[in-house]
Design a protein around this ligand. Structure first.
Ligand code: HEM
Length: 185
């Protein structure tokens, strides 16, 4: 059995699990709003779509602040060393984590740019609004909407791989990699 050594800090764990929950919930609501609800079908569906996308934005914009905090935390705190893993697996883990960080920035930023180009408000947790990232320009919205969609689905694929890797550590390698990110010791 390989050993992962010490655990992540309580702050790193809190950021990890809060962001995981927000990203999954935001993605489910985003898919529901974009794929299953359409403007112009009838007034009720249009109103519901606006409510659902507004909820999506209120939840997802919070990840912009959390990812900024998380990057600062990651750069100032050494994570536990990956002990007992082959150099190739360590490289693969680091590359996967780097892609996760990049997508955790690009997905909300592309959503922010898309709603900005459409000229819609960008609410954060029902508390306040953030300014438009780009000048309202409806001509840009098909491209930015598609970009947000592709990046969001890419993030979900990498998240699925991340979960599969965590479960492999727990049930196949039987090491303490998953435990090091769980609450408690
Ligand atoms: C954690 C961050 C986010 C995730 C995981 C996420 C995920 C998604 C997903 C999966 C969709 C459905 C895409 C489709 O099938 O067309 C979507 C749609 C959408 N998202 Fe996000 N999103 C995030 C952040 C944001 C932010 C910050 C905004 C704006 C402030 C935003 C605005 C939108 C809008 C307006 C749509 C609907 C697009 C349409 O109806 O074509 N998203 N999002």
């Amino acid at each position: 059995m390989s050993s992962f050594g010490r655990s992540y800090t309580p702050t790193a764990k809190a950021l990890h699990w809060t962001m995981a929950a927000l990203i999954v919930v935001a993605a489910i609501i985003g898919i529901y709003g974009a794929v299953f609800l359409h403007y112009g079908v009838d007034d009720a569906q249009t109103a519901l779509k606006i409510q659902v996308i507004t909820l999506h934005k209120n939840i997802a914009t919070t990840t912009l602040f959390l990812i900024a905090l998380r990057i600062v935390w990651r750069l100032t705190h050494q994570p536990p060393e990956l002990k007992g893993m082959s150099p190739v697996m360590v490289k693969a883990a680091h590359a996967g984590h780097a892609v996760l960080y990049v997508l955790m920035v690009l997905v909300p930023v592309s959503g922010w740019a898309n709603s900005s180009a459409a000229g819609y408000p960008i609410p954060v947790a029902g508390l306040f609004q953030i300014p438009h990232l780009v000048e309202p320009n409806k001509a840009l919205t098909p491209t930015l909407s598609a970009l947000h969609e592709y990046l969001a689905y890419a993030l979900l694929v990498i998240v699925a791989g991340h979960i599969a890797a965590a479960l492999k550590h727990r049930f196949i390698d039987k090491d303490d990699v998953l435990a090091s990110m769980l609450p408690g010791k």
